[in-house]
Ligand binder design. Structure first.
Ligand SMILES: Nc1ncnc2c1ncn2[C@@H]1O[C@H](COP(=O)(O)OP(=O)(O)O)[C@@H](O)[C@H]1O
Ligand SMILES: [Mg+2]
Length: 264
């Protein structure tokens, strides 16, 4: 099925306000952000440092609650949840990818990927099976036992993406996933996220770089705690065949780097 706007929204945020009070200082990190993101969308968020991007990502990721405003994720009312419910919705619905990978050192790729499944209560056999599958999916099939120190930055980010995928989330939230990578490796990671999106995964990412944002279907720009631009990028990079249906080979192409370059 083509990704289209008639699906019910995965993310519905209304008038999100986040205010930090530190002593006699008040920081208005979000000043009333309303945002709807359809299931299957691919959104890039840009904006100057301090404009509120990470604050929004933390709220969308159910890591933090807004000071005021409503947030529904897949129809669930997040702003009324307690810590246990927030942990549960994160575990069920969201995969996180960070700039610094956040892998456990001295721990194999497979064990890193298995960790979210420990919290989800899967047994060792299930964890191993699904962990290996996730690593294969990101092109790291032969590197289960390597520790982060034995992997390149791009490979570590692939492990982090595999870890984000293992609980079968509906949403990937990536805060500057290519911020610590060189431009070629960044391309590989974006191709991987693009392929996951083509398989139906909703992807929201923050980036400082226009050529990274150019991979997304939709671009939001933040300024001073507000969205000042919200555009559909009709000439986005690596535009897939428009009519849904993910080719089985899409993920295989992530390793070869043989895709044609930017079409604009
Ligand atoms: N935990 C916090 N306590 C106090 N102020 C914060 C906190 N997190 C973010 N801020 C402030 O909120 C504003 C927005 O920050 P952030 O969302 O991290 O911006 P961005 O990710 O766009 O760089 C900044 O002024 C920042 O200093
Ligand atoms: Mg940030």
């Amino acid at each position: 099925m083509p990704v289209s706007a008639d699906k019910s929204p995965l993310i519905e945020a209304v008038e999100l306000v986040k205010t930090y009070v530190m002593g006699d200082q008040t920081v208005h990190a979000l000043r009333g952000v309303s945002l709807t993101i359809a299931e299957g969308d691919f959104v890039a968020i840009m904006g100057a440092s301090g404009s509120g991007k990470s604050t929004l990502m933390n709220i969308l990721g159910c890591l933090d609650l807004p000071t005021s405003g409503q947030y529904r994720l897949a129809g669930e009312e997040v702003e009324t949840m307690g810590q246990d419910q927030l942990a549960s919705i994160r575990n069920r619905r969201i995969g996180f990818v960070f700039q610094q990978f956040n892998l456990l050192p001295r721990t194999s790729a497979l064990e890193n990927v298995e960790l979210p499944m420990v919290y989800a209560g899967l047994n060792a056999t299930q964890r191993r099976e699904r962990g290996i599958k996730a690593l294969q999916k990101v092109g790291l099939g032969e590197r289960f036992l390597h520790t982060p120190a034995e992997l390149s930055g791009g490979q570590q980010q692939r492990v982090a993406i595999a870890r984000a995928l293992v609980n079968d989330p509906q949403l990937i939230l990536a805060d500057e996933p290519t911020g610590a990578l060189d431009s070629q490796t960044s391309e590989d990671i974006m191709r991987l996220l693009r392929d996951l999106n083509l398989q139906g995964m909703t992807v929201v990412l923050v980036t400082h770089e226009a050529d990274i944002a150019a991979w997304a279907r939709r671009k939001l720009v933040f300024k001073d705690g507000l969205i000042v631009e919200d555009v559909v990028q009709s000439n986005r990079r690596q535009t897939p065949t428009q009519q849904g249906g993910l080719p089985e080979t899409a993920l295989a192409t992530t390793k070869s780097g043989s895709d044609p370059d930017c079409e604009s």
